[in-house]
Design a protein around this ligand. Structure first.
Ligand code: ATP
Ligand code: MG
Length: 253
């Protein structure tokens, strides 16, 4: 059964319409779907509309779905977790308590340790958030999201503060999470190369409308990149079969 049935989303802030009947196609367990598009194209609005099922997240939202919208979803915002004096471990523990997880202290400790170890950031556990770097806080933000074991993870630019190695590691972790939990992920991403490599399907937005949706090679075409981003690109098939994208310059160059 799908985690998200095909859903049409419209949204506006006051009189400004920012999503105009964007169709998010059916999402199956195990899938990672990337949402791409220029600044202001509506990626965050789309993720929030779906994650909060039209209630909350700002703006007026209309959703029409021909199937389920995952019961248990989590939205990881584009902004980094605040640099509070709380230790990362305490933040994870207080979230679990706030959610009413009736775990013993020992079980909670195992759960938190497993999540941090799985991400390769055990050494951050006892550091105050205020002393962590931006990228380290972003990884804790992701740890907070998956600790809630959602069926559908909405990640808003989850790698914006990460270096190349951590960008790849984070998406490897997302892949493992969705496979192990029969969950799915919808992630807004700016890096088109990373999205092409890490996502099963892409949805390309421009000015609040879907320009293309489907497999990376069908969405990230030279024409679409020119029309949506105004860049000249060369796309090709890499020796490992994946989509390669070389950005040649802006259309004015
Ligand atoms: N709370 C708000 N009130 C009014 N307008 C908003 C609000 N949030 C977003 N907008 C507008 O809605 C449009 C879509 O914004 P959104 O944040 O969804 O874009 P985005 O694709 O996530 O951009 P970015 O890549 O910069 O994060 C933009 O024109 C933005 O100015
Ligand atoms: Mg955004």
């Amino acid at each position: 059964m799908s985690v998200l049935g095909a859903t049409t989303v419209s949204a506006s802030y006051g009189s400004q319409k920012v999503l105009d009947g964007v169709v998010v196609s059916d999402i199956q367990p195990g899938e990672i779907v990337g949402v791409l598009g220029p600044n202001g194209s509506g990626k965050s609005t789309l993720l929030r509309a779906l994650a909060f099922k039209g209630k909350g997240g700002g703006g007026k939202v209309k959703l029409e779905s021909d199937g389920p919208i995952a019961e248990r979803s989590v939205y990881m915002p584009q902004s980094l977790p605040s640099p509070s004096p709380l230790r990362a471990y305490e933040l994870l523990a207080s979230q679990a308590r706030a959610l009413g997880d009736n775990l013993s202290a020992a079980s909670l400790h195992i759960q938190i340790s497993d999540v941090l170890r799985g991400l390769g950031i055990s050494e951050l556990a006892m550091r105050p958030m205020s002393e962590l770097s931006g990228g380290q806080r972003q990884l804790i933000g992701y740890a907070l999201a998956i600790s809630r074991t959602p069926d559908l993870l909405f990640l808003d630019e989850p790698t914006s503060a990460l270096d190349i190695r951590w960008q790849l590691r984070l998406f490897e972790n997302i892949r493992r999470y969705v496979s192990d939990n029969r969950a799915a992920c919808l992630a807004a991403v700016h890096d088109i190369g990373l999205a092409a490599r890490a996502c099963d399907k892409l949805l390309l937005l421009s000015n609040g409308a879907a320009v293309a949706t489907g497999r990376p090679e069908d969405v990230l075409t030279e024409d679409n990149l020119a029309v949506v981003y105004g860049v000249r690109a060369h796309t090709y098939q890499r020796s490992d079969g994946a989509l390669g994208i070389e950005i040649l310059g802006s259309e004015n160059e």
